[in-house]
Write a protein that binds this ligand. Structure first.
Ligand SMILES: Nc1ncnc2c1ncn2[C@@H]1O[C@H](COP(=O)(O)OP(=O)(O)OP(=O)(O)O)[C@@H](O)[C@H]1O
Length: 325
């Protein structure tokens, strides 16, 4: 029997697996990349950190993983202070970084085994075999990394991050530049890991992935965490609905008599889109239908849809920028 570790004592679902308190980061040149970040990550969740380029996502991840020093604040990961108790905290974390820097001359098997040992884990060839098989790397296990394709190298990075069976997995832009097959494999693994209780934090520019995968969303903009919300709550609160009408006749312009409705005409002139606030009692649809008929505009099909997380995200990160410039 293993004796209980600090980490297992903290394996209480109500205790956040990561607690970030008052974290600031000012880089050497004086640029403040993070401003007073406070964030709790729940044990077992998939948390998507979204933000435009340069918002501070990688900086935050790097500070949590102990790769970059914060200028102020504290972080506890799986029960360990990430500065005072760096090694124990780091042993609970797997990181798939954005950039590829791999040990070119080593074989896949040696690299992944070494990575596991680095975090003080006893060898477990059966686990590593399953990991490499899941990542379609088993056949390449004896190949030197420099002989692998870019996609295969990325798979090695994932295998390295998971080699020590971490409780927390960070994926920094996992889909950037990967093909459909790897993306598919990766998301299948992420779902499996989550089912086994691993906490996953990812940054992505593919917002539909966050929409698909994440339990909660955090939005970071210009170094500030401007929102943390359950995905469904976020979409309910900020989501808009759209009504898409496929027209019988092509329109070249929207008749001025319809200016009261926020309508958009597609380039082909055959689709009209009406956006409305789904939270309001009055959607304006009945009046719109009447007005369309008065203008002799007929449609052959009508669909309604919710706005995507992408629409919400764009409006969130755009707002502050528009007011400050
Ligand atoms: N070593 C560094 N020295 C100075 N400034 C830095 C350093 N690393 C990052 N920055 C700056 O800090 C800001 C945040 O960068 P960061 O890489 O955390 O953003 P990000 O949200 O991950 O962006 P992306 O989506 O482009 O990866 C950027 O303005 C960046 O230029």
């Amino acid at each position: 029997m293993n004796t209980p570790t600090t980490a297992s004592i903290h394996a209480d679902i109500t205790v956040p697996i990561i607690s970030v308190r008052g974290v600031n980061k000012t880089y050497a040149g004086g640029f403040q990349a993070l401003k007073n970040i406070n964030l709790d990550i729940r044990r077992g969740e998939i948390f998507a950190l979204l933000g435009p380029n340069g918002a501070g996502k990688t900086t935050l991840i790097s500070i949590i993983c102990g790769i970059v020093n914060g200028s102020a604040g504290t972080i506890v990961a799986d029960g360990h202070d990430t500065v005072r108790d760096y090694r124990a905290a780091r042993a609970s974390i797997g990181l798939v970084p954005q950039e590829l820097h791999t040990d070119a001359f080593e074989s896949v098997w040696a690299t992944v085994s070494f990575s596991r040992g680095l975090f003080g884990k006893a060898p477990n060839p059966a686990y590593l075999e399953k990991l490499l098989r899941d990542l379609s790397l088993w056949d390449k296990r004896n190949q030197k990394i420099m002989a692998l394709s870019g996609g295969m190298k990325r798979r090695v990075l994932i295998a390295k991050a998971l080699s020590h069976e971490p409780a927390i997995l960070f994926l920094d832009e996992p889909s950037a530049g990967v093909d459909v097959e790897l993306r598919h494999d990766m998301w299948r693994m992420v779902r499996e890991l989550r089912a086994q209780g691993t906490t996953i934090i990812l940054t992505t520019h593919y917002i539909e992935e966050a929409e698909d995968m994440a339990d909660r969303i955090g939005v970071i903009s210009k170094g500030e965490l401007i929102l943390v919300e359950d995905k469904h709550v976020l979409m309910r609160k900020l989501g808009k609905k759209q009504l898409t009408l496929t027209l019988r006749q092509t329109l070249t312009v929207i008749p001025p008599g319809l200016n009261a409705w926020p309508l958009e005409l597609a380039d082909d002139g055959q689709t009209l889109v009406y956006s409305f606030d789904s939270q309001k009692d009055e959607t304006g649809i009945a009046e719109l239908m009447r007005a369309l008929s008065e203008h002799g505009i007929e449609f052959k099909d009508l669909r309604s849809s919710e706005s995507s997380l992408e629409d919400i995200f764009v409006s969130l990160v755009r707002q502050p920028r528009e007011t400050t410039t």
